[in-house]
Write a protein that binds this ligand. Structure first.
Ligand SMILES: [Zn+2]
Length: 82
């Protein structure tokens, strides 16, 4: 049996369409697959954002560490010069 392209039933007055159980199941499956895809995409997006934030935090820590070292060295040099 060939699956019709159109929905199984459409009320001409209201424009509401209704699917038979078989088509409804297919539709639900497609819908859930679509949702899975969307969720995966969202998760990937979130990962990307997390990675960016982590990279930024690493940079900040690195800069802070370098600044601290420079200050320490400056203090040491100051002590030596005195
Ligand atoms: Zn159907």
């Amino acid at each position: 049996m060939r699956k019709p392209d159109l929905k199984c039933y459409e009320d001409k007055k209201t424009g509401n369409s209704r699917l038979c159980v078989r088509c409804q199941e297919e539709e639900d499956m497609e819908e859930s697959l679509r949702r899975d895809d969307e969720e995966k995409e969202r998760a990937e997006q979130k990962d990307k954002i997390d990675m960016k934030q982590k990279a930024r935090e690493r940079m900040k820590r690195k800069f802070a560490e370098e600044k601290r070292k420079k200050e320490e060295e400056a203090v040491k040099r100051g002590k030596i010069m005195k």
